[in-house]
Design a protein around this ligand. Structure first.
Ligand code: A3P
Length: 324
């Protein structure tokens, strides 16, 4: 029998299995071997039961806010860097480990009747995210919101301008979405970040290769905007959550904001901040025309997928398909 010091052994191991150098956190309560060596003070009750996965600019903050009004739904603690979003399964936070993630969630006394959740809008289009979520939370429910990818792209561009992104400030929306190889790399990168999340079918297929369709709720973002109470009723049926919470009198339309806003316990209306539901000029006609054609194959794929899943086709999708 031959052995070497631990570090050398580890180096040898990763030389033999290079694909394992990237960690994948597995649910300690599903794998008996892990549970038995896990600290007795830790509990899987501190992991979320459902995730709102995005994509960005579809109304995810409004949904998050409405969910936190529910007496049986508990959100994560805010992050100093990314506010209400934890952003664990994408990007570098994943390497901070499971304890880092779990510390975002309270230890609940009556955890069986309460639903912990988190919303990170960047999960939707992350290449590795579905695999990682499935490894840690295989029974979690997933929620996505879809709006017209054309509108979403424009809202995202406006969001980048509001955040003083130098490229978004310098180039028009039309320049960015049509940027070809003659444009600087930074513009093409911004174009990709702007347009890629809108390839809805492609991203949904990736999620569905790891999760059963029954675990996925697809919300029409236009309906969330126009009739949030109905969406929240459907959401509660999807979660099978009790007690049923009626949002009818708890969300009030605010004409100056142009959106539904939560009614607080003290009976005042508290709308989302000025960065949600921004005022900006209408989209340039040329950009809209370009994007109608650009997104056509993606929208066709989405309508086929929704049919396969026996999900209704949103009005915005019918509209985008007829324009493309
Ligand atoms: P705009 O600011 O472009 O209008 P997210 O929270 O995912 O970043 O999405 C922001 C978008 O949510 C806003 O985009 C707005 O259109 C939409 N939205 C939907 N319902 C809303 C509500 N009740 N209050 C504010 N914004 C809402």
């Amino acid at each position: 029998l031959f052995t070497v010091p631990p570090l050398k052994l580890a180096e040898k191991y990763f030389e033999l299995y290079p694909e394992e150098t990237d960690p994948v956190w597995i649910n300690p309560c599903i794998d008996k071997r892990h549970k038995s060596i896990w600290s007795k003070t830790k509990t899987c009750d501190q992991l979320p039961k459902f995730l709102v996965i995005g994509p960005q600019k579809t109304g995810t903050t409004a949904l998050y806010t409405f969910l936190t009004m529910h007496p049986a739904i508990v959100s994560n603690y805010p992050s100093p860097e990314t506010y209400e979003e934890v952003q664990f399964f994408n990007g570098k936070n994943y390497y901070k480990g499971l304890d880092w993630y779990m510390n975002f969630f309270p230890v609940l006394k009556n955890s069986s009747s309460l639903f912990l959740f988190e919303k990170s809008a960047t999960y939707f289009d992350g290449e590795l995210v579905p695999m990682r979520v499935n490894s840690l939370l295989p029974y979690a429910k997933l929620v996505t919101i879809l709006i017209s990818p054309i509108k979403r792209a424009y809202s995202w561009y406006q969001h980048m301008r509001a955040h003083k992104d130098p490229i978004a400030l310098r180039y028009t929306f039309y320049d960015i979405v049509t940027a070809n190889e003659t444009f600087p790399k930074s513009v093409r990168e911004l174009r990709n970040r702007c347009l890629n999340p809108g390839h809805y079918a492609q991203h949904l297929e990736r999620w569905l290769s790891y999760f059963h369709p029954r675990q996925l709720l697809i919300i029409d973002g236009e309906e969330l905007k126009d009739d949030p109470a109905s969406v929240m009723s459907r959401f509660q049926r999807f979660l099978r959550i009790k007690p049923f919470f009626s949002y009818r009198n708890r969300l009030k339309y605010n004409p100056s904001k142009g959106f539904f806003c939560p009614v607080t316990e003290e009976n005042s209306v508290k709308c989302l901040g000025h960065n949600k539901g921004r005022n900006y000029p209408p989209m340039d006609y040329r950009a809209e025309k370009f994007l109608s054609t650009f997104y056509l194959p993606h929208n066709v794929a989405l309508s086929k997928l929704l049919n396969k899943l026996r999900q209704p086709i949103p009005e915005w999708l019918e509209r985008d398909l007829s324009r493309g």
